[in-house]
Design a protein around this ligand. Structure first.
Ligand SMILES: Cc1cc2nc3c(=O)[nH]c(=O)nc-3n(C[C@H](O)[C@H](O)[C@H](O)COP(=O)(O)OP(=O)(O)OC[C@H]3O[C@@H](n4cnc5c(N)ncnc54)[C@H](O)[C@@H]3O)c2cc1C
Length: 387
């Protein structure tokens, strides 16, 4: 019964002690972002600012869910939810620490050795150590089981050869956690894959930035030519890479970044609509339409957060959040452009147009990064027993 898929997600409120984080953080974000243009703030989780990440770490807003003995605060996933939604709504430049804090840290915490946890988690929580995700390859995007980058045992360590692509901030990060083949061949598919931690400063690693449609070079292609890795580079069990990557994707797909990416634009436009020059009956209806879509997605994301908090790996539920969330993220620039350009030659605020320009160019990528819409829907179908 399809109802079973729905009843596994329950309405969840953010505990009061986690809500309490919001006010202090807002004050800090108001001060630190007020002079940044809306067009720059619209980048938010694509905006790389190492100093900002360090300051967040210094103020204790990173690694909240990590245990205290690894530099964290032993707080719940709801505390992190509050921090993330405030950061994104202010359009703070969070890219430097983003992946490390969201998924590499939790992955190391779950599967890493004691030495890996001690080495990597405290600097992630301080906002000093930046990670990227090495899953996609030139011929392996949706079909990740076909990755060809391989790590072979060599004495006590590993030798790594191959290539990754679309690696967000691969040319700026310190480490990559890569999905690689450690045994078998292409026909073995998911079997024989492992996750390996690569220090991107090692000889044999070359990262070349790729310019995207917006003119930014936020992602890159990363080449590995006979890179020598220490024995302690394997994350988790050898051959368990597929299961680990799948669990990691639940962190990647369910959070506020899957429905708040267009919020700087939405807020800039609302400010305009609040003025006498900007308000029209159509814009009022559009504001209602957008908010009525965001509210249930936020509730759904909180329900998935509760599952993550309980230690579950809600992979299908996370796919629901990303599928719905990216649809509203893409609706916002499209509907706002339609609203603004239906006003004839009315004067429009340049700052609003700047945010609209960036968000419109970036929006097609929202339903590609982190798994395409088709792939998510296939996973949901599998969850319903259809595959
Ligand atoms: C902004 C951005 C940032 C990214 N950052 C990273 C990163 O940091 N690390 C990383 O590893 N990757 C990253 N990616 C890559 C991203 O994960 C892939 O682009 C995505 O998984 C799709 O893979 P692909 O580009 O090879 O397309 P393909 O897999 O070739 O897909 C092409 C089209 O075919 C459809 N399709 C493919 N297979 C099926 C199927 N079985 N059923 C139905 N339809 C299907 C897809 O939905 C899509 O429309 C990023 C991508 C973007 C756009």
């Amino acid at each position: 019964m399809s109802l079973d898929a729905l009843t596994s997600l329950n309405p969840t409120a953010i505990p009061a002690e986690d809500e309490a984080l919001r006010e202090g953080l807002r004050q800090f974000l108001r001060e630190s972002t007020h002079s940044i243009s809306p067009e720059r703030r619209a980048r938010s989780w694509a905006g790389f600012d190492a100093n900002f990440s360090r300051e967040l770490g210094r103020r204790g807003y990173l690694g909240l869910t990590f245990p205290r003995n690894y530099g964290g605060a032993d707080r719940s996933a709801f505390a992190r939810f509050v921090v993330v939604e405030e950061l994104l709504n202010f359009g703070a430049p969070v890219a430097a620490h983003w992946i490390a804090e969201r998924q590499s840290g939790p992955l190391i915490l779950k599967y890493g050795t004691e030495a890996q946890k001690r080495r990597h988690l405290p600097p992630i929580a301080r906002g000093e150590s930046f990670f990227c995700i090495g899953m996609s390859e030139p011929n392996s995007g949706s079909d990740l089981a076909s990755v060809r980058t391989c790590a072979k045992r060599d004495g006590k360590g590993w030798r790594l050869d191959g290539q990754k692509i679309w690696t967000t901030h691969g040319h700026r990060c310190h480490y990559m956690i890569a999905l690689v083949r450690t045994s078998g061949g292409a026909a073995d598919r998911q079997r024989g894959l492992s996750q390996i931690l690569v220090d991107l400063s090692l000889p044999g690693v070359v990262a070349r930035p790729i310019v995207d449609l917006t003119g930014d070079s936020h992602f890159s292609e990363v080449f590995f030519d006979d890179v020598r890795l220490e024995e302690d580079s394997l994350i988790g069990e050898e051959g368990n890479g597929w299961e680990q990557v799948t669990a990691e994707l639940a962190f990647e797909r369910s959070g506020p970044e899957r429905f708040y990416t267009s919020m700087v634009l939405f807020d800039e436009w609302l400010d305009f609509v609040r003025t006498s020059a900007g308000r029209t009956p159509e814009s009022e209806r559009l504001a209602g339409r957008i908010l009525s879509q965001l509210a249930p997605i936020r509730a759904l994301s909180l329900a998935v957060t509760a599952k993550l908090e309980s230690g579950a790996s809600p992979v299908i539920e996370a796919a629901l959040v990303k599928d719905l969330g990216t649809a509203v993220e893409q609706l916002i620039p499209e509907a706002i452009a339609e609203d603004l350009f239906s006003r004839g030659d009315a004067e429009l605020p340049p700052a609003l147009l700047g945010a609209l320009n960036y968000t419109t160019l970036a929006a097609p990528s929202y339903s590609l990064r982190g798994g395409t819409r088709d792939i998510l829907r296939g996973m949901i179908a599998r969850g319903l027993g259809l595959r």
